[in-house]
Design a protein around this ligand. Structure first.
Ligand code: SF4
Ligand code: SF4
Length: 424
């Protein structure tokens, strides 16, 4: 779905297709959806762009907003930085270089982003080394790579914003370096080119338009893997393999699956967690002060990692097998020059200038007394409800309904079961 207007969330519900079946409302992990009087689903709360609603909607009514693949919507010279998850969408016989060559038939300049993953791994290793034994160092540190997890932390676990490691994500590093290089080499005029990321993720567009740790993103937009899949498949047919665009080892490609990021780090105390419910469970524990023995967490909101992203095409377990095959084929040794990466780290190459910890993003800013009064009202309403968790009121569960009543968004009469009792 093309972006038509700026929005704070980048998932949209098409009212014409929505039947009001409430499946998305029940699936939303942050209870951001309601089905009210109009009988269609609406996103009313703090959506984190996780895409769970996209997955469950049986009518294809929910879509992620992206830049779209229509060439007229892109810059004149389009530079593509592709997530390695793209490589795992085709038959196992299709090699990463072929995918990149097929992309080059449509877009001007193609970059293998997986190579930057290797560099990023070195930066994290060096940062963790500096942290070891340092008094007052924040532990555990959290990977900034998953934009859904970043949004989740900002909305629900703001005390953990400081735990997100202060290193730029590989996609931003890649976009910055591509722009610098093309500018220095005067390949294109700056106003004529844009760097776009091919992504499995419904939250990528939001992370580009509203980056959390940068003043503005180096990327100009995002295209869903599902939007370029047909295009690539068609162009795979008659390829002339005249150039090697694929640069990464198995280390960079392995990032497509959960655990791939930490697999590229030297020995240490790291954990990889995937899936939203597990991620929330672990973030709750970290907030309680547990896991200080863990140095670094790799969280991915999608089950099994980015190969399970809502904008992918291939079955996640088949894609996982393809990634494992590429990792074996391209090896566990990084291809970068370590000394160069180390120098870049000490020169500040991996850090965004003037990084600020963003403020917590909550829907409401209440004084303590107002917050206590609200809580009291919620409890009063909740006690009156039948507690059947039926969702007939248009809120995902009884507690959320009680919150909606306390906030004046709906009246008690919306509780269908209470009404039935009264009529009896
Ligand atoms: S899953 Fe949500 S968006 Fe899809 S039809 Fe049901 S209520 Fe509408
Ligand atoms: S994208 Fe995720 S958070 Fe947003 S409405 Fe859908 S399920 Fe809820």
């Amino acid at each position: 779905m093309e972006q038509t207007h700026p929005a704070l969330h980048y998932v949209q519900i098409d009212e014409k297709r929505c039947t009001g079946c409430v499946l998305c409302m029940k699936a939303c992990p942050v209870k951001a959806i309601r089905v009210r009087d109009r009988g269609v689903a609406e996103i009313v709360g703090a959506c984190i762009d996780c895409g769970e609603c996209i997955r469950v909607c049986p009518h294809g009514a929910v879509k992620a907003i992206t830049t779209g693949s229509d060439p007229s919507k892109l810059s004149r010279y389009t530079i593509i930085s592709a997530s390695p998850v793209l490589y795992a969408q085709f038959d196992e016989e299709v090699m990463p270089n072929e995918v990149l060559l097929a992309l080059r038939k449509v877009f001007r300049y193609i970059y293998d982003q997986a190579y930057i993953h290797e560099l990023y791994n070195v930066a994290v290793e060096l940062h963790l080394k500096e942290n070891r034994g340092k008094e007052g160092a924040v532990r555990p540190l959290i990977s900034p790579v998953c934009p859904v997890v970043n949004r989740l932390i900002r909305y629900r676990f703001p005390s953990l914003l400081k735990n997100i490691i202060p290193i730029m994500t590989p996609r931003e590093i890649a976009a910055r370096e591509l722009k610098k290089r093309l500018y220095c080499e005067k390949v294109f005029d700056t106003s004529e080119f844009g760097v776009y990321h091919i992504t499995p993720c419904s939250a990528k567009m939001g992370s580009i338009n509203y980056p959390m740790f940068l003043d503005s993103s180096y990327l100009d937009g995002a295209l869903g893997i599902n939007e370029v899949y047909e295009l690539i498949s068609k162009n795979l047919r008659d390829l002339e393999e005249d150039v090697i665009l694929h640069r990464s080892s198995g280390v960079g490609i392995g990032w497509g699956v959960s655990g791939g990021e930490i697999a590229g780090l030297e020995d240490g105390n790291f954990l990889a967690v995937s899936g939203l419910s597990e991620t929330i469970r672990y973030l709750e524990k970290i907030e309680m002060g547990l896991f200080e023995n863990i140095e670094y967490f790799e969280f991915r909101a999608c089950l099994e990692g980015c190969i399970g992203g809502p904008l992918t095409v291939a079955d996640r377990y088949q894609a996982k097998r393809t990634v494992a095959r590429f990792v074996r084929m391209f090896g566990h040794e990084k291809r970068l020059k370590y000394a160069q990466a180390e120098k870049a780290y000490h020169d500040g190459w991996f850090f965004n200038e003037g990084r600020k910890i963003p403020l917590a993003a909550t829907n409401r800013k209440l004084s303590l007394s107002d917050a206590l009064a609200r809580q009291k009202k919620i409890e009063e309403v909740f006690r009156k409800l039948p507690g059947k968790e039926c969702g007939l009121c248009g809120s995902p569960d009884c507690r959320t309904f009680a919150e909606d009543v306390a906030d004046g968004q709906v009246g008690m009469e919306r509780c269908v079961l209470l009404n039935r009792e009264k009529t009896k």
